[in-house]
Design a protein around this ligand. Structure first.
Ligand code: PSU
Ligand code: MN
Length: 315
């Protein structure tokens, strides 16, 4: 009887797009992408356009994009344009899927847009070591009372996938997010800076333990973590390009107002982040969306280069 390797079994539970599967078999660079940013992070049609542009940027820079989502109960690694469009139109009708939601969405044959935690889980299962997004979740403000700490942080502590993001939004408690990542043993690096970027702005005032200046340096750090089997992820934070940075004051006042509204309306749990993102966008007259789109594209550009450098090290 033919022996079934672990990879065969694992692949049997996932639908991996041919292009992604071929690249993985050849050791060519692949970049995973999340889908909550499409369904809950941006409005239609900008969400669809951004998803397609991000994939194109990754291809132009020599890597294969693999957007991850659960469609009709099947975790898909790499989506067709039609599937991307379906998710973009579903918007918040797709279910926001963090790690804890995975079994339920699969069992009910639902459509799940994966957050950072669920995307990391599936990327790792498929053998993809690198993932690009806009912003990750973190410790929410007043998290010491509410205990609202995104499962993105625990996932970074347990799953060996490097995440490239523009840092952590100031809708969150940035210093506590860094403390929590330290507890989880997650290396946090900033790209060409010593400070953790705060998503819309280049700096948060919080120093990071590691500065990386080139895609090759990023790849070396990821490679050493993989080689020693540390088993956790890595956060690489890339500042928003200067010319696209939104006005810190405008964003900060919108954030303050959105936080107050969320508290008045008692919007908690996994509804908090999508509410805050949408409200900040409305209150800034779309300025935050423009900044968001620009930084995701920049992350994709750098992510593709890191993926290529990592593939070279692993050959
Ligand atoms: N931050 C953003 N845009 C996003 C998200 C966070 O700037 O789209 C999404 C990501 O999918 C992230 C999730 O994993 O929100 C975190 O949600 P929560 O805070 O409920 O864990
Ligand atoms: Mn939460």
């Amino acid at each position: 009887m033919a022996k079934i390797g672990r990879d065969d079994v694992v692949r049997g539970l996932l639908k991996v797009a041919r292009e992604v599967s071929d690249a993985l078999s050849c050791g060519d660079p692949v970049v995973a992408l999340e889908s909550t940013i499409i369904s809950h992070g941006m409005p239609y049609p900008q969400n669809l356009q951004t998803a397609k542009d991000v994939e194109a940027i990754i291809r132009e820079n020599g890597a294969v994009p693999a957007t991850i989502a659960i469609l009709d109960g099947v975790p898909c690694i790499g989506l067709t344009d039609e599937q991307l469009e379906r998710l973009a139109i579903l918007g918040t009708k797709a279910q926001k899927t963090a790690r804890r939601d995975i079994p339920h969405i699969i069992a009910n044959e639902g459509n799940g847009a994966t957050t950072v935690s669920a995307t990391m889980f599936f990327a790792s299962m498929a053998g993809i070591p690198l993932f690009v997004t806009g912003g990750i979740g973190g410790v929410h403000r007043y998290g010491e009372k509410t205990m609202d700490i995104s499962s993105d942080l625990t996932e970074l502590g347990r799953t060996p996938v490097a995440v490239i993001s523009a840092g952590v939004k100031s809708i969150l408690d940035i210093p506590r997010t860094l403390e929590y990542l330290e507890t989880q043993g997650v290396p946090v690096a900033a790209y060409q800076t010593h400070e953790l970027p705060a998503f819309f702005t280049e700096s948060s005032g919080c120093k990071v333990p590691c500065r990386l200046d080139t895609p090759e340096q990023c790849a070396k750090v990821i490679y050493s973590s993989l080689s020693y089997g540390l088993g956790n992820g890595i956060l690489i934070a890339v500042p928003i390009p200067k010319e696209h940075a939104a006005s810190g004051n405008l964003i900060e006042s919108a954030i303050q107002r959105a936080l107050k509204e969320a508290s008045d309306k008692n919007i908690v749990g996994n509804a908090a982040t999508p509410f805050l993102l949408a409200r900040v966008n409305e209150l800034t007259g779309g300025a935050s969306l423009t900044a968001n789109i620009a930084l995701v594209k920049n992350n994709a550009l750098i992510g593709a280069k890191v993926a290529a450098a990592l593939a070279n090290l692993r050959r």
